[in-house]
Write a new protein. Sequence first.
Lengths: 310, 218
Amino acid sequence: MIRVKNLVKYYGKRLAVNNISFNVEKGEIVGFLGPNAAGKTTTMRILTGFLAPTRGEAWIAGNSLQTSSIEARKHIGYFAEAVPLYTDMTVRSYLDFWARLRGLDKHTTKKRINEVIETLVLDEYADTLLGKLSKGYRQRVGVGQAIIHEPDVLIMDEPTVGIDPIQVAMTRQLIKRLGEKCTILLSTHILPEVSMTCERVIIINNGKIIAEDKIDNLSSMVGNARRIRLEVQGPSDDITKNLRQIKGVINVKMQDDRHHIVEYPANQDLRSKITEAVVKGGWTLLSMESVELSLEDVFLKLTTDEDGKE
Amino acid sequence: MAYIIVCIFLVLSGVFFSIMTSAFKDATSISGFLQWGSLILILMAAVITMRLIAEERKLGTLELLLTSPVRDSALVIGKFLGSLALLAIMVICTFLYPILLEVYGDPDVGSIISGYLGLFLLGMTCLSIGLFASTLSANQIVAAVVAGGILFGLWFISLAASYLPEGIANIVNYLSLSYYFTDFLSGIIDTRAIIYYISVTVLFLFLAIRSIENSRWN
């Protein structure tokens, strides 16, 4: 549904997007992950037709944004990071404006507006001026504008930034529900969002894609290390020191003030040695479990590796 | 905002109409009013159009407009037609003056009709220039100032004509907004003038469309 090939974008001399290519198949929910200024918003703006790339091509539902931009845009619903609104319109009139601009007829417009207001719980504020709404409600209206015409492709730029946890949860559920019918590409720098809503993730940094895989396979992206989380009763500094002394251990660090994380190469199994070290120190081992690398770790590792290499 | 603009325009026009008519004791034409009215119109055009695109840029809604399945040309022309409708309302409201003249005097209908045609064409051209200026910045004041600059430049350029040698003076006159307007006041409907105003309008609408397209390439 979304195809990007060798996309390059220069802002004057600055290279924002450096030759990226990726696909999003129909029905997928893909997360576009990266730190600030990684090139996420630029890529999304190119995909929605707001910006033209310096080189490369992009297609939405088979329509090239270079040659049949209008046709491509018909398939897209876009949630922009800034959530732009006409402050002197009401929620209802705003949704009505975009519905009509998208070509919905009068009857469908009315139906969709009511559906969207219901889905996003905007009933209370349906006739309030947008200028008077809080950020959370503005964001909901922004989402409403993106979905009012029931697009095949939904492109969302940072949909859960700056809103309260209840609304974050609501947005997440909404995205999952929408994902059953549309193809969704969402960008974020909030890692839990991606692991909770997306099936696949594309990690971008400095304009380049540095990793791309299903969520479950992420750990394998970052080389061969096993991690064990221990809960040990005893003085944490001493425990850390002892664990570090085990032959083969790569790293030991604290996770909150009760757990230790021990990292060692995948081709060994140091669990018995770890248990021995704990017992020898005279401490009690309360729990021990394998830990997959979290998305955060993967992300940090990939982005710092990337910098390190350069 | 539109209401305020229309009101101010009508108040000023009314003032000028009454001054010109009573000062010259001339109940046959509205040319006095039209001469001043045209200047007010130029000013109003800059004000009406300054927010058209500039505000979309500032609010960020231009991003949504340009990503919806609407051509840039449709966007520009749509905005233009909207402002044209406002112009039409303002001008139609001033029909009161010739009606008053008809009641109390014996106005020259021909020159009134041509005068209004000229006013409308002039207004249309000014709106297209203002719309173009609005595409250049996210700041409405900048848009208004640029529009004002171009408009007044083109209006008063004919003043320079009297100081210039004949060949160049002619060229300067042909570019001037005011040069073509004076004929309308005397009852002359010159096709050259109509073509001029329409061409300039189309030119600036085209430039406005290009300007928006250009912002995609950043």
